[in-house]
Write a protein of this length. Structure first.
Length: 257
């Protein structure tokens, strides 16, 4: 029975997660009947759940014994989460250094579907400054952090944005034409950083660089964000700062040129 005020859950997914947690607790392979007996599920339901998990590589079945253990799919998920946790810890000193150099706010962002999400920040010492809450999201097409994920991300990401109508017109400078954006993304990859010049906020400029992991995948983006009136005359200088920090963090994450 569902507890009062508890959120609705999907029973089949809940069963799958319970089974994964139980497999994680076993040091040896386990059979269907043992699992069903311990968890209180019928053998048929347990088998169907294991079949589904196996098809996505979350569990492995020993062909000789028919017994089950965790699959490499769980490793991939776990490593992705560790990347996210590690990148905050590793990036933070570099973020502090970037704010010292620019005197503007530094953000660290990851991609969540078709948006960039801020996961850490170091605030500018200036009284008038750019700021946003950790956890807030930003569109990909009109922000520097978002363009980083488009430029270094998977080839079909721009197509998915177009299909989902996820292009945001935040200011009159926002790029909402996929072809124009594609041309800009090529330049971004060549120069190693992305710019948002009054595209998300009419008084703001952001400069962002990618953070890559050991396999060369973009896992995060570091950006400096400030008032256009302060940054317009120092774009080359600040871009070099941001790009260097992205390289240093990427190397600490295992990336090698």
């Amino acid at each position: 029975m569902k507890k009062p005020n508890s959120p609705e859950t999907i029973l089949s997914i809940e069963r799958a997660l319970v089974i994964l947690k139980r497999l994680a607790a076993y040091k040896e392979e386990v059979g269907v009947r043992d699992l069903s007996r311990e968890l209180g599920y019928s053998p048929a339901v347990t088998q169907k759940t294991l079949n589904t998990l196996k098809s996505h590589d979350f569990v492995h079945q020993n062909e000789a014994t028919g017994r089950y253990s965790l699959g490499f799919g769980t490793v991939k998920v776990g490593l992705a989460m560790l990347d996210r946790l590690d990148v905050v810890r590793i990036a933070y000193p570099h973020m502090e250094a970037l704010t010292d150099e620019t005197e503007e706010t530094t953000f660290l962002a990851i991609r969540d579907s078709l948006y960039a999400v801020y996961i850490s920040k170091v605030i500018s010492p200036n009284v008038i400054r750019m700021d946003a809450e950790v956890g807030s999201n930003r569109p990909l097409n009109c922000t520097a952090v978002g363009k980083v994920f488009l430029a270094w991300g998977k080839d079909d990401l721009l197509t998915k944005m177009f299909e989902a109508e996820a292009f945001v017109q935040a200011t009159e400078n926002s790029i909402t034409d996929p072809e124009i954006l594609m041309d800009q993304l090529k330049l971004i990859r060549q120069q190693g950083f992305a710019l948002d010049q009054r595209e998300f906020h009419k008084e703001g400029i952001c400069i962002a660089a990618p953070i890559l992991n050991q396999t060369g995948d973009v896992i995060a983006s570091i950006t400096t964000s400030g008032l256009a009136s302060r940054m317009e005359g120092r774009l080359d200088e600040f871009s070099a700062f941001v790009k260097k920090k992205g390289v240093l963090i990427s190397r600490s994450m295992g990336y090698s040129d």
